[in-house]
Design a protein around this ligand. Structure first.
Ligand code: PLP
Length: 426
């Protein structure tokens, strides 16, 4: 499938029906798969033969969708998870253990921030956060001998900071450390981080990839480019025998597929956060139209951002498509066809005006969800950051009047009319 372009792969990669077989991806809603001899199945348990035996490890529907996402990102393999949170947890835990250290960009999604700052710490994995805009020297200063991963988002949620992927890749690789990039908001339609040096890409497929707000899911994709053997002692989980799998050495047996094979056969086996085949089927439907939707999201968001920017009741707009935006130049380099449909903006009237604005919207849904076909809006100070006072909000980079707008694919005239009418009341 790799000879095809992205739009074609969105429809065809991962599943090629044979003669008389269904054109739509079949849903293999089965926990288990039948074999004829004891030895046949034994070979599967030893990872000596390929085949399906239990859906927690592998399932044809899930695998087809994983293969499609791997093709879209230009990776050698992918694994699907039951949520984006699970994807980021697995992506890091696959190469970290108690005593390891991670460096992460401070602007990452709050859920991932908590995962790294609280939950991983309970497991003995420490994290240092760095400013996404920090210099290479400043990022390097956060590295320790036990650092195993550098983590960041292509477009940070909700700060909309654009990552200088090459800068992060240079620092990570100078330390022989893996760069993991969460590419949820950009999607491979707008940016393929492997082309800029990232080693692993993660996704909350809940967002644009699904697009219709139907299923919660995640994905991890491996570029296959990281040379584990060159820094063997840092990644013993991949380069030394896995006692829980009859002493298999993943790098020796699976080469460029070592990382994804370990995530599947060890982490998924033990932790089991798989998506259902039905959810993978739904995700696949979303992937088929992803390029069309992303283009429309970007076009609509550009017009909505320009409208908001010119409005007297709006004091600031964060959207890298605006020439005045701090991240415009980085966006032009890494995301030349558009960033995503998410905008954040501030009203001159502060918190009260934001609430009046939100409550006056008729078309946009007030929802915690983001990056879906329908226009959605959230007031962080009243919702995701509700427990914080104004001082704490400032520390978190969220001002009381800030609104996060996820521009959908409706007719832009209707979206702007809704924003305009609500601003009258703000
Ligand atoms: N990564 C990013 C960039 C996100 O925005 C989110 C959720 O909003 C996640 C990961 C977590 O994904 P999920 O909600 O699918 O668990």
């Amino acid at each position: 499938m790799s000879q095809y372009k992205l739009e074609t792969n969105c429809l065809h990669a991962g599943y090629t029906p044979g003669r008389g077989e269904p054109c739509a991806l079949p849903i293999c809603q089965s926990t288990t798969f039948k074999y004829d001899t004891t030895d046949e199945m034994g070979q599967l348990f030893d990872l000596k033969a390929e085949g399906y035996f239990y859906t927690r490890l592998q399932n044809p529907t899930n695998d087809a969708v994983a293969a499609k996402i791997a093709a879209l990102e230009g990776g050698v393999g992918a694994i699907l998870t039951s949520s984006g949170q699970a994807a980021n947890f697995y992506a890091i835990f696959n190469i970290c253990e108690a005593g390891s250290h991670v460096v992460a960009a401070s602007t990452i999604y709050g859920g991932t921030f908590n995962l790294l700052s609280v939950t991983f710490r309970k497991l003995g994995i420490d994290c240092t956060f760095v400013d996404t805009d920090a210099s290479e020297e400043e990022i390097a200063a956060a590295f320790r001998p036990n650092t195993r991963a550098l983590f960041a988002e292509t477009i940070a949620n909700p700060a909309l900071v654009i990552l200088d992927i090459e800068k992060f890749a240079r620092v990570a690789h100078a330390h022989q450390v893996l760069l993991i990039v969460d590419n949820t908001f950009a999607t491979p339609v707008n940016c393929r981080p492997f082309e800029w040096g990232a080693d692993i890409v993660t996704h909350s497929t809940t967002k644009y990839m699904d697009g219709h707000g139907l299923q919660v899911g995640g994905a991890i994709v491996d570029s296959g480019n990281f040379d584990w053997e060159a820094c063997k002692e840092k990644y013993p989980g991949l380069t030394e025998p896995d006692e829980s799998y009859h002493g298999i050495v993943y790098t020796r047996q699976f080469g460029r597929n070592a990382y994804i094979t370990k995530a599947t056969s060890q982490l998924m086996r033990d932790l089991g956060s798989i998506p259902s085949p039905m959810n993978c089927f739904l995700l696949n439907i979303g992937l088929e139209t992803l390029p069309l939707r992303m283009a429309r999201h970007c076009e609509n968001a550009q017009k909505a951002a320009e409208f908001l920017f010119a409005h007297p009741k709006v004091s600031s707009v964060n959207f890298a498509g605006l020439p005045s935006d701090k991240y415009h130049a980085l966006a032009q380099k890494y995301l030349p066809n558009g960033t995503c449909g998410v905008i954040s903006f501030e009203l001159t009237g502060g918190r009260e005006a934001a609430v009046r604005f939100m409550d006056s919207l008729k078309l946009a849904n007030i929802a915690t969800h983001v990056a879906a076909s329908k226009t959605m809006v959230l007031h962080p100070a009243s919702h995701t950051h509700r427990q914080m006072n104004d001082e704490q909000l400032a520390e978190a980079g969220v001002s009381p009047g800030m609104i996060r707008l996820s521009v959908g694919i409706e007719n832009i005239d209707d979206i702007i009319a809704d924003l305009s009418a609500a601003l009258e009341n703000a």
